[in-house]
Ligand binder design. Structure first.
Ligand code: HAM
Length: 413
C-alpha cells in the first residue's frame, strides 16, 4: 500500500469546509475585500528576507528545491503574507489600501500532531498600505465577528500584545539581554543562540524550562515610546468601544520577524495544545521584495483545519446545507441507456442533482442502491416505459409510484 505523506490529510467530506469558505467570502465582501491568488511556489529568498532567517519556519520547516538557475532555490510557500506583498509590488498595484483575501495550501515541515499538519490550508487576509490604528480595530473586529456571528463560536479568546517600533524593541532587547545574563547557562542551546542573533525569538521556545524563566522577563509594552504607547492605548480603547473582548498577553511575539506594533491570536481551549486558530498583526514589508519603501500593513491568517475542528463541535448552531436532493435514473437494461442519458441531461438543465445507474443490475439491487445513496426520487425506464414514452417515478420517502409521460417528468418532480 502507498500511504499519504506524513502530515498531510485526505479530506473526504468537504461540506463544512465549503460552508466556511462560502461564509468567509460573503463576510469579506461586506468589508470590501478582493479575492486574489498567488502561486504555491516562490523563491526561497522571499521568505528568508521577510520572515527572518532565525525563525523556526525559515530555519527548520521549509520545503526547498533547487531552481533552474543553480544560484537560486524555490520552495513551497510556508505562509502567504510575503507573497501578497511581492505581488502588490511586482504588479505595481496602485490601490491604497489594498484589501485582499486569499486561501490555499501552506507547507511547513513541523512534527505532525492534532491540529498541526505539514500541508495545511490558511485563509489569509491583508490590508496593505494603511497605517491607521482604526484600520487595525476594524480588521480585528472583522475576524472576531466572523467567528462569533457567522460561525457562532463561543469558547475562544483574543490575545493581544504590542511590539512597538524598532527603537522600543532596541530598548527592550537591552533589558531582556540583561535579564537573561542571570540564566545564561539555564536556557536551552537554541535560545542561547537566539539570544545572540534574534532575541525576541526566545519567546517562541517550546521548552517548559525556558518558558518558566521567560515568565518574569521584561515586557515589551513597558518600553514603548510615547507615540507607540498612545497608539496601543487607543487601540485597546477603540476595541472596547466596538465590543471586541480581548486579553493582554505580554509574551505574545508571534513566530515571524516582520511584525511591529499590534500582534494578536485567536485561541480556543477546545483545540488542545495547538490552540491558535488565527494569528496576525501589523507589519511593514516592501524593501524585502525590492521596493524603495515599506508598506505599513495589517493581516492575519486562519488555520482552516483548526477552525473546522471548532466548527464540527458547533454544527447544531450552523445552517450547513449539505448535498441537494438526489434524483436517480434507473434504466432497466442497456436498451434504455440512451434515453436515460437524455433524461438526465434534461433534469440537470433544470438544476436537479441527477445520477444514472449504468452498471446493469436487477431492479431489486438498483432500488437497494438508490436507498443507500439517499435518493429522493427514482425514475425507472424499462421496456414498457420506453415503448409508451413514459417514466415511472417513485418517491423514496413515501414509497408512492406514478407513471407519467416523459415530456411531463420534470413537472412531476
Ligand atoms: P501563523 O501564526 O504562522 O501566521 O499561522 C496562522 C495560523 O495558521 C495559525 O494560527 C494556525 O491556525 C495555522 N497554522 C500554522 N501552522 C500550522 C500547521 N502546521 N498546521 C495547521 N495549521 C497551522 C502566519 O502564517 C502569518 N502569515 C499570518 C499573517 C498574515 N500575519 C499578517 N498577515
Amino acid at each position: 500500500m502507498i500511504n499519504r505523506v506524513r502530515g498531510t490529510q485526505d479530506l473526504l467530506d468537504l461540506d463544512l469546509q465549503d460552508f466556511i469558505l462560502e461564509q468567509v467570502k460573503k463576510h469579506i465582501q461586506t468589508y470590501n475585500f478582493k479575492h486574489i491568488q498567488t502561486p504555491i511556489l516562490e523563491h526561497t529568498k522571499l521568505f528568508i528576507h521577510s520572515l527572518g532567517e532565525q525563525t523556526d519556519v525559515v530555519s527548520k520547516e521549509m520545503y526547498v528545491f533547487p531552481a533552474e538557475n543553480k544560484e537560486d532555490s524555490i520552495c513551497l510557500r510556508p505562509e502567504a503574507t510575503a507573497s501578497v506583498i511581492r505581488a502588490y509590488f511586482e504588479n505595481r498595484v496602485e490601490e491604497k489600501p489594498y484589501k485582499v483575501f486569499s486561501f490555499g495550501s501552506m507547507f511547513r515541515k513541523e512534527r505532525p500532531q492534532k491540529g498541526r499538519w505539514r500541508e495545511f490550508t490558511q485563509l489569509n487576509f491583508e490590508i496593505v498600505n494603511s497605517d491607521s490604528v482604526s484600520q487595525d480595530v476594524e480588521f480585528i473586529k472583522m475576524l472576531d465577528s466572523f467567528f462569533s456571528e457567522k460561525l457562532k463560536l463561543e469558547n475562544y479568546v483574543l490575545k493581544l500584545n504590542f511590539l512597538g517600533c524598532l527603537d522600543d524593541r532596541k530598548k527592550h532587547k537591552e533589558a531582556l539581554n540583561e535579564y537573561l545574563e542571570k540564566f545564561a547557562d539555564k536556557i536551552c542551546p537554541t535560545c542561547q543562540k537566539r539570544k545572540e542573533t534574534n532575541i525576541l525569538r526566545i519567546f517562541d521556545c517550546k521548552s517548559p524550562e525556558c518558558q518558566k524563566i521567560y515568565k518574569d522577563a521584561p515586557k515589551l509594552t513597558d518600553f514603548l515610546c510615547s507615540g507607540c504607547n498612545s497608539e496601543w492605548e487607543e487601540l485597546q480603547e477603540t476595541l472596547q468601544i466596538i465590543s471586541v473582548n480581548f486579553i493582554l498577553e505580554p509574551k505574545l511575539v508571534r513566530g515571524l520577524d516582520y511584525y511591529n506594533k499590534v500582534v494578536f491570536e485567536f485561541a480556543s481551549s477546545d483545540l488542545g495544545a495547538q490552540d491558535a486558530f488565527c494569528g496576525g498583526g501589523r507589519y511593514s514589508l516592501g524593501k524585502e521584495v525590492g521596493s524603495k519603501e515599506n508598506f505599513p500593513s495589517i493581516g492575519a491568517a486562519i488555520g482552516l483545519g483548526r477552525l473546522l475542528l471548532l466548527a464540527e463541535n458547533n454544527l447544531d448552531n450552523l445552517n450547513v446545507t449539505g448535498k441537494p436532493a438526489l434524483y436517480l435514473i434507473l434504466p432497466m437494461s442497456k436498451k434504455q441507456h440512451k434515453l436515460a442519458l437524455l433524461m438526465a441531461d434534461e433534469l440537470r438543465d433544470n438544476d436537479y442533482c441527477t445520477d444514472v445507474l449504468l452498471e446493469g443490475a436487477s431492479i431489486k439491487s438498483m432500488m437497494r442502491k438508490a436507498n443507500k445513496m439517499g435518493a429522493k426520487k427514482v425514475l425507472i425506464l424499462g421496456d414498457d416505459e420506453q415503448e409508451n414514452n413514459t417514466v415511472t417515478i417513485k418517491d423514496m420517502i413515501t414509497g408512492k409510484s406514478e407513471v407519467v409521460k416523459q415530456a411531463e417528468a420534470i413537472k412531476s418532480l
